[in-house]
Design a protein. Structure first.
Length: 201
């Protein structure tokens, strides 16, 4: 076996060991209801999602963020404008989505390494605050992933993950406007941090 073959084999093994493990995990499967329905507030400001500081400045993550926001606001449609067309009641709610964990495999990486690049995953937490009192009204979490096994789709599955997470957040906000009902995070039990079944996925 020549040196090139040995190096190629070592690289492939490294990718398998470090890449295929899903490092992005959820903390739970369900979000408890907010303390109040969002409609109790006369003004509701939905801010664009931002990346947690440690994920900023990375091209793949920044591109993923743009897609997450596009999908989120597409899902919300004209509802934020309708919410804010009601008479004011002196109460304002601010909704701030934050991408707290992300591993996004772009199309280029998928093209060259396929499933060896590992799984994509993303966690979005949403801070919902009463600006008048500073009280935290809601703090839901959302999770989506794209498995390494879908790697030969050249990034299609990874991008669909971004569609799903944006829609998941948007659906939750719409659902909790009229009634405080909470909702699913998008994670199953085996994809929650600390669950041994998820360790090698």
């Amino acid at each position: 076996m020549n040196r090139t073959s040995i190096l190629a084999g070592a690289l492939a093994l490294t990718l398998i060991v470090t890449g295929c493990a899903s490092k992005v995990k959820a903390s739970r499967t369900d979000n408890p209801p907010p303390t109040e329905a969002y409609s109790e507030f006369g003004r509701i400001e939905v801010k664009p999602a931002v990346l947690a500081p440690q994920f900023r400045g990375q091209s793949a993550n920044e591109k993923a963020l743009v897609k997450i926001n596009a999908n989120l606001f597409q899902r919300l449609g004209e509802n934020p404008q309708k919410w804010n067309s009601r008479p004011e009641n002196g109460r304002t709610l601010v909704i701030e989505p934050i991408v707290t964990d992300i591993r996004f495999i772009g199309g280029g990486a998928r093209f060259f390494t396929g499933p060896l690049s590992g799984s994509s995953g993303v966690v979005v937490q949403v801070k919902v605050t009463d600006t008048n009192t500073g009280k935290l009204i809601d703090h839901p979490e959302f999770y989506q992933r794209s498995s390494a096994g879908s790697g030969f789709a050249l990034g299609v599955a990874d991008n669909l993950m971004l569609t799903r997470i944006g829609e998941l957040v948007g659906d939750y906000l719409l659902r909790n406007y009229d009634a405080a009902v909470g909702g699913k995070t998008g994670a199953t039990d085996e994809l929650v941090s600390g669950n041994s079944k998820a360790a090698n996925e």
